[in-house]
Design a protein around this ligand. Structure first.
Ligand SMILES: [Zn+2]
Length: 177
């Protein structure tokens, strides 16, 4: 007869503790924590371990707040930091292509994310692995493109290979923008 009592008591105590914690973490520190978590997950997109890279991508894609930040990064970094933009683009591509080999046209992306980009599959220029959901300019799927180990071409975008973890380039014959 003793332990059910002590059990309910201990539960009450833990509820008090969690309420106290809620009061301590007001909105500002919470937002700062969220930024730290986001940046560490984003950094994991470049981790040496392919499983960690895949998990980071899944976590970012499944959280709506993170997804909005990823869209923002893609748009902000496209010209100045193409590698960072490309990492962001792969998160968006992962979510929209759902692991398929399909080409996603910009008009669908516009509906889902509000941005004018398409997604394409392309083989890695190093190991030949087919990488899916690579963010590309709107006309990217309509112009011939190749997976290369350099950025030679009318236009090129860097991609971190899902399998070998090395950077290759999707290069287009004509500028697809
Ligand atoms: Zn590769």
């Amino acid at each position: 007869m003793k332990w059910p009592f002590s059990r309910s008591k201990s539960r009450k105590k833990s509820e008090d503790v969690s309420r106290e914690q809620d009061e301590q973490t007001a909105s500002a520190p919470e937002a700062a924590d969220a930024d730290v978590v986001f940046e560490s997950r984003f950094a994991d997109l470049e981790n040496d371990d392919p499983d960690i890279r895949a998990e980071a991508r899944r976590l970012l894609a499944d959280d709506l707040t993170s997804l909005k930040m990823v869209i923002h990064i893609y748009q902000e970094c496209l010209n100045a930091e193409p590698r960072r933009a490309s990492l962001a683009g792969r998160v968006l591509g992962y979510k929209i292509a759902k692991g398929s080999d399909s080409i996603i046209l910009a008009r669908f992306t516009k509906i889902m994310y509000g941005v004018n980009i398409s997604f394409i599959p392309c083989m890695c220029g190093h190991c030949g692995h087919l990488n899916r959901g690579i963010a590309a300019p709107a006309n990217g799927p309509m112009v011939a493109y190749y997976g290369q180990d350099d950025d030679e071409g009318a236009y090129a975008t860097p991609v971190l290979c899902d399998k070998c973890g090395r950077e290759f380039f999707v290069a287009w014959d004509r500028d697809p923008r």
